[in-house]
Design a protein around this ligand. Sequence first.
Ligand SMILES: [Cu+2]
Length: 411
Amino acid sequence: MGQLLQFLRVVLLQAAGLVIAFGAGFGFAWSLLKRIFITRTRKVLFVVFLFGVGLFFISSQVLPNTVEYPLFMKTFGPSMTHPGLPFKNIISFFRHLDGFERVENIARNPNEVPAPISRDHEETVDVFLETKEVIAEIAPGIFYNYWTFDGKVPGPFLRVREGDKVRVHIKNNDTSLHPHNVDFHAVTGPGGGATVSTVMPGETKEFSFKALQPGLYIYHCAIPNVAVHMTHGMYGLILVEPKEGLPKVDKELYVVQGEFYSTGALGKEGLQVFDGEAMLDGHPQYIVFNGKTGALVDTMEAKVGERVRVFFGNGGVNLISSFHVIGEIFDRVYSEGGIGGDVHHNVQTTLVPAGGATMVEFTLEVPGKYMFVDHALARLDRGLWGVLSVSGEENKEIFDGVMDTRPITGH
Ligand SMILES: [Cu+2]
């Protein structure tokens, strides 16, 4: 209830501001008219004339079809839904606020990667996904209504083998307020599965597909407005391993970049309402790895001598990622997540498009802290960074120097 009042306060303040501005403007115009036109009839006629002209020019632009937030949004996507939130949804969200699960930590642990597939034959693999709308912190003290696969962002890392038949079981939790579905980029078929997997709250569905081509693929919810569902956290990765498997490594990490659009400015505390206009404009308040700021701090560790593979995806919905690990060079990059084509060697920064993925591999030679970033570095301040801590023996042959531990405060 308190949160609803907080949201309504913003809307009411905006409305009050508008009334005050219009009132003062009208009073000012009226006092001017008094001087120009002497008779009352002429004054009134002139005001009616201005009102008529104004109505003619703005009517087609601003009259909303439904009452929603933000007001007056008009878009041209393939579905009838656009990134505004109908007021009735906002009200029902706040009415059900107590019914939502509060998730202590929305971030998917980057170490949650299933072991490589050891079998040498095709199988039918069952995959279970549950769509769930929850409330969790995006940053300390800042709460967001996440829509998820299995209550974490990103959804679970799925691992199958080329040629496998994948049987997908999708359930929409009964506390959800929206329908959801799943579109796997690994699927050959209409909508990547979205056309046959839409589940209303409380509903369960099943469909299957054959994993024809090896690669690392994004999966995501594709209910219109698709961008709105994705940017609430509905994405994850599925790896279709090639028949011969991938080269052996010592550690595999799972990282997905995503954008979050809130009406409150960056750092504004409390429960944040989704901002459809900011999404259309491509101005996210938060850009993060694994669902929240700090998700990859104190969660990634490795040892000198280990070979690391990062499964990296980009949930979008606007930005392209320039994925880079500070202090490392990617020995191998499976560009755009494709397996079976050329592998790129000795790459510093690799592009990952929205709705795309990549796999990078490197060997750790020297201990220390290695930052994961999108090298569009202005995004660091929106939360887009993580740290891989590497312990082990120094190797002066490769890296030698004295660490400067003085605080650096200059600009
Ligand atoms: Cu959805």
